[in-house]
Write a protein that binds this ligand. Structure first.
Ligand SMILES: *Cc1c(COP(=O)(O)O)cnc(C)c1O
Length: 462
């Protein structure tokens, strides 16, 4: 399997190279040159299998011989052994025709553990074989950073730096990043919001000299390997509800568009998905865009679902690439307008997008009301991101097509928001209850690329 850049000017890579590279050298994102397809029989054969086996069968064709089957299997087994639920991604029912896919049983209680827990061991095995060391730098609105640190802490061939917006992540998210003691872990509080963190990360990648000097690698959802591991739970949940014999829809609380793009790949591989619904909070640039108002950035408003507080949704570039029928030049042109506030989407491209994706936007008030209502109706506490998804999903319910809403984080990861909405304190799962007793360790740095580079040069181990 070969991987090509959404901007059409970077070298084609194999899976292993694409994983180690992250962002393409032309500024684009890697996507598979073609999608492997699964027949109805292939899909039917997944029924009743362990999650790990489904993961192997889905991921293997994309890895395309660059990584041994045994290494891939071991990474999957090791990665998911840290989960607290034997089904890994269990489905529960909210009401007739509406299901919740619980993606928060991993070690840091958000769906990002699904990709991170697998790519940690994959990176280590590839790097050890090549006698290489790398420096991972990631930007996070909270959940990516904690999942990445958990997955990469203590790995021999990796130093990991996570840039997070100072004061804009929850206490649980921050502590999950600042309490690990491994010498290869560096939590960096940046004076700015998440978009600032992402912009500085892009600066680091666009400084090709610096990039080569420290063997800079990305594990943000721009990294294809992450998207790959997220395809699996779309497939496992659809099969659980009767695919290939029954079509399903998904609603996905969306920020950087990585999670829902994995749904698009599942659909492209032959999984019977009717609609993929993008759910946004008050930072609704994706909903406005899909409603025909163009992609125009405004100021980011802090919300109670901070992992979706974003203006520049990196993986939307991948969606645009396919909506443009893989025309890298058009994508390059659109992306170049982002610095000046955005672009309008041509009519035919918008139609290609809305053929696949629906969308909705939820206010802070409605988010809280949804947490309360789901608790009253089902006795279940949901996190604010999940509530945004559940609320949007309700507008798209169709009696003939089951809706699966992705529960992207555990409610106890956002205890203040949940408790202030419904008056009930969501307890941490028992494995995590020493989180508040451990000392924190982090470095605060201004919104300044040079200062960040200096710090990374000094702090990394090699
Ligand atoms: C990251 C995250 C999202 C958004 O996912 P994207 O892939 O960035 O669209 C939603 N909810 C939670 C809890 C997250 O951590």
């Amino acid at each position: 399997m070969r991987y090509i850049s959404t901007r059409g000017r970077a070298d084609e890579l194999d899976f292993e190279e694409a994983m180690l590279t992250g962002l393409a050298r032309d500024g684009g994102l890697y996507v598979p040159q073609s999608f492997p397809t699964f027949s109805d029989d292939d899909i039917a054969a997944l029924a009743g299998l362990r999650y790990e086996e489904v993961a192997f069968r889905i991921m293997q064709p994309f890895v395309g011989g660059t990584i041994d089957d045994t290494v891939l299997r071991q990474a999957i087994e090791k990665g998911y052994s840290a989960f607290r639920h034997v089904a890994r991604a269990p489905l529960v029912q909210l009401k007739p025709g509406h299901f919740l896919l619980e993606l928060f049983h991993g070690p840091t209680m958000a769906f990002k553990d699904f990709p991170m827990q697998v790519i940690g061991p994959l990176f280590q095995s590839v790097l050890a074989r090549k006698h290489k060391r790398i420096t991972i730098v990631g930007a996070t609105s909270g959940d990516t950073g904690s999942a990445a640190i958990e997955a990469f802490r203590g790995l021999e061939n990796v130093d990991i730096f996570i840039l997070y917006p100072a004061g804009r992540v929850s206490d649980v998210q921050r502590r999950q990043m600042t309490t690990p003691t491994a010498a290869n872990v560096h939590a960096v509080a940046i004076e700015g919001d998440f978009d600032v963190c992402q912009a500085r990360l892009k600066d680091l990648f666009n400084d090709l000299e610096f990039r080569d000097e420290i063997a800079l690698t990305a594990i943000n959802s721009i990294n294809w390997a992450r998207i790959l591991a997220q395809i699996v739970y779309y497939v496992s949940s659809a099969v659980e509800l009767g695919a290939p014999g029954r079509t399903v829809s998904f609603t996905v609380p969306t920020g950087n568009f990585g999670d829902i793009f994995a749904g698009f790949v599942a659909k492209s591989m032959g999984l019977p998905i009717d609609r993929l619904i993008v759910a946004t909070n008050q930072n609704d640039i994706l909903h406005r865009c899909l409603s025909g108002h163009g992609y125009h950035t405004v100021e980011t408003l802090p919300s109670i679902s901070p992992s979706m507080d974003i203006q520049v949704s990196s993986n939307f570039e991948r969606a645009l690439f396919f909506a443009y029928d893989r025309d890298g030049r058009s994508v390059t042109h659109l992306m170049s307008t982002l610095e000046n506030g955005g672009f309008d989407v041509p009519h035919d491209v918008l139609r290609a997008l809305t053929d696949v994706y629906g969308s909705g936007r939820v206010s802070e008030e409605e988010t809280r009301a949804t947490i309360v209502r789901v608790y009253e109706e089902t006795g279940r506490l949901i996190c604010p991101h999940t509530a945004v998804g559940v609320r949007v999903a309700e507008d798209f319910l169709d009696p003939t097509v089951p809706m699966i809403s992705l529960a992207t984080a555990h409610p106890s990861k956002f205890p203040t928001a949940v408790e202030s909405a419904c008056g009930v304190h969501p307890p941490l799962p028992s494995l995590m209850d020493d989180l508040y007793d451990k000392p924190e360790r982090f470095t605060q740095i201004a919104d300044d690329t040079q200062a960040i580079q200096d710090y990374i040069r000094r702090a990394r181990r090699q």
